[in-house]
Design a protein around this ligand. Structure first.
Ligand SMILES: C[S@@+](CC[C@H](N)C(=O)[O-])C[C@H]1O[C@@H](n2cnc3c(N)ncnc32)[C@H](O)[C@@H]1O
Length: 206
């Protein structure tokens, strides 16, 4: 697979101008979004740049970064189906040793446009920079917004095993029946998923 460092990509689950389930478009997200009809996308999932000066971005004025993100968010909301969801995955912007949690900074862009926050999911991982003047950062967040109260949440498809699956009621009208859902429990809003850094054996490409 080709992956030049300056490649920017936006994956769109598309229902427009194609019979395919998914298409991969390469290019600037604002230009690509402008070609997508209103209300045509069921799910937007993105992890945008954090304005940290990584290989795919230029660190610039933070207010300008927020204003650019606001434009992208506005476009994503425009293309979102009335029953659709947006998941915005971000960490911290860091400047002069001070951190700015980007989910807090970007939340108003969604709330002002009447999107409803359903979860602020914490992604916890164990590897990363070792800070010397503050605690090392070991989580990022995903803001999951919906456009309306009528949205898809298929809990049964994401259940995880119960801690004590065989536990039963020991008294009362349900005595002897399982006290927890045998299909598993709701996974909760803290996800522990390892991240793979450059020198880890799991890294196979790049
Ligand atoms: C924070 S990274 C996300 C990385 C991703 N979460 C991952 O772990 O692979 C930001 C991504 O946005 C892409 N990007 C930067 N500017 C973009 C733009 N204007 N339009 C579309 N994508 C852009 C970069 O190429 C990079 O892949």
């Amino acid at each position: 697979m080709r992956h030049p460092s300056n490649m920017s990509a936006l994956t769109i689950s598309a229902s427009f101008s194609t019979s395919k389930q998914a298409v991969l478009l390469e290019g600037d997200c604002l230009k690509l979004l402008s070609k997508i009809p209103d209300g045509s996308i069921r799910l937007v999932v993105t992890s945008p740049p954090y304005n940290l000066g990584k290989s795919y971005e230029r660190k610039g004025d933070f207010e300008k970064y927020l204003s650019w993100q606001d434009k992208v968010i506005t476009e994503c909301i425009r293309v979102l189906h009335p029953e659709g969801s947006i998941c915005w995955q971000v960490g911290n912007y860091v400047h002069d040793g001070a951190i700015v949690p980007l989910d807090i900074a970007l939340y108003p862009s969604f709330a002002q446009r009447n999107l409803k926050l359903r979860n602020r999911i914490v992604w916890h991982f164990e590897h990363g920079l070792h800070c010397t003047r503050r605690l090392s950062g070991r989580y990022e967040t995903i803001l999951w917004f919906t456009k309306s109260d009528n949205y898809l949440f298929d809990l049964d498809s994401i259940r995880v095993p119960q801690k004590y699956p065989g536990k039963k009621y020991f008294k009362g009208p349900k005595a002897g029946q399982y006290s927890c859902n045998p299909l598993g429990k709701n996974p909760g809003d803290v996800w522990v998923i390892p991240n793979v850094k450059n020198n880890h054996v799991e890294k196979t490409w790049g």
